[in-house]
Design a protein around this ligand. Structure first.
Ligand SMILES: *Cc1c(COP(=O)(O)O)cnc(C)c1O
Length: 359
């Protein structure tokens, strides 16, 4: 069977080249005589795979030397708790912008360990936009300031970052990491579940400025203590060895595309093609505020939920799959991460025109 264009939000499409290399190396990696899955994580065979994956993250994101890079388990969701445990250690307070369901969940979780204050929210408007903020209301004594740079479910993205002064900015970049340039030095912590824009599920990337860890709350489980993970090269226990290897293959593919600098213009073009098709249509309507539109998750609807469902079903029959919106918003969502080729977006746009012409 032919491969489909997979618009899933995560786990999501991966570069075909990475999958093909993995298939070739599945049973026998290089001259080791075994699969990567069968290697000890502390072996001479495996450690270079881990090191190369970390180095590729450093290179592709231009991560400065005073930041550590960790490859952890537990998903982005585990970091919702790990962040306050590691950082809510001075004033015991943090500021959050509530821009979506994951941001909200992170804020609620942090409230178990200290005072998590909401400084701006678009929850009342079902998160159709990134809420406006007023820097004068920010707590200068906060231990950190928290944002979600791209809101996967609602299809919104920050086009500018809040100025937080000396308060470290912590960002959940799960759904737009490596898709656009960011100046890492503006952040205290960047983290992301791998399954959207890095590789397969099972890995969580965490980039942390070295002066921040080392003061965690006494109740912090050792496995969630960033300082201990740094001292152990993310290997307090067995890391997700194969998933890390797969991330490495995907990052090598990204490097061949010209890195983040090479892929960002393609991502902008892909998103523009799709939003133009929506804006020029009589049937489709975008659900996110145009000023907040995401380049990675494009959310839209037709004139009725029944027609949305019909569209999703017919699209699937044309090899355009996983277009159903998240259960919290309904409608249609096309996730077009780095690995979605522009041909996939063009095929979707063509199908939208065809669908509109016969309904
Ligand atoms: C998917 C997602 C999460 C949750 O990730 P898990 O790895 O499943 O815990 C958190 N934040 C954002 C922005 C996401 O897109």
């Amino acid at each position: 069977m032919d491969r489909v264009y997979n618009f899933a939000a995560g786990p999501a499409a991966m570069p075909l080249e990475a999958l093909q290399t993995a298939a070739l190396e599945m049973c026998c990696y290089g001259s080791t005589g075994m699969s990567v899955m069968e290697m000890s994580h502390r072996s001479k065979m495996y450690l270079p795979i881990y090191q190369e994956t970390v180095s590729l993250v450093r290179e592709l994101m231009h991560v400065p030397d005073n930041y550590s890079i960790l490859l952890l388990q537990g998903g982005a969701t585990q970091q919702f708790a790990a962040i306050p445990m590691n950082l809510m250690t001075k004033s015991g307070r943090a500021d959050y912008i509530d821009s979506g369901n994951f941001a909200h969940g992170a804020m609620v979780e942090a409230g178990k360990y200290g005072q998590a204050r909401c400084v701006a929210s678009s929850r009342e408007e079902n998160y159709v936009r990134i809420p406006a903020w007023d820097e004068k209301t920010f707590d200068p004594e906060a231990d950190y300031f928290y944002i979600t740079t791209n809101n996967t479910i609602f299809g919104t993205r920050y086009s500018a970052l809040p100025e937080t002064g000396n308060v470290p900015l912590v960002a959940d970049m799960s759904s737009n990491i490596l898709s656009e340039k960011y100046d890492v030095s503006r952040f205290g912590v960047i983290y992301a579940g791998a399954q959207k824009n890095i590789g397969p599920a099972g890995v969580t990337l965490l980039i942390v400025r070295n002066d921040l860890p080392g003061h965690c709350l006494p109740i912090t489980p050792k496995i969630m203590d960033w300082q201990k993970q740094i001292e152990n090269d993310s290997m307090i226990n067995t890391p997700p060895t194969y998933a890390i290897y797969m991330c490495g293959l995907c990052l090598k593919w990204l490097k061949k595309q010209g890195g983040v600098e090479g892929i960002e213009p393609v991502n902008i073009e892909k998103a523009k093609l799709l939003y133009d098709a929506i804006d020029n249509s009589r049937l489709f309507r975008g659900t996110a505020d145009p000023a907040s539109r995401s380049r990675m998750n494009v959310t839209f609807v037709t004139d009725s939920p029944d027609r949305d469902a019909e569209f999703v079903k017919e699209a699937a029959a044309h090899g355009l799959v996983n277009l159903k919106g998240h259960r919290l918003v309904g409608g249609i969502r096309a996730s077009i991460y780095n690995a979605m080729p522009i041909e996939g977006v063009k095929a979707l746009v063509e199908f939208m025109k065809e669908f509109e012409s016969h309904v």
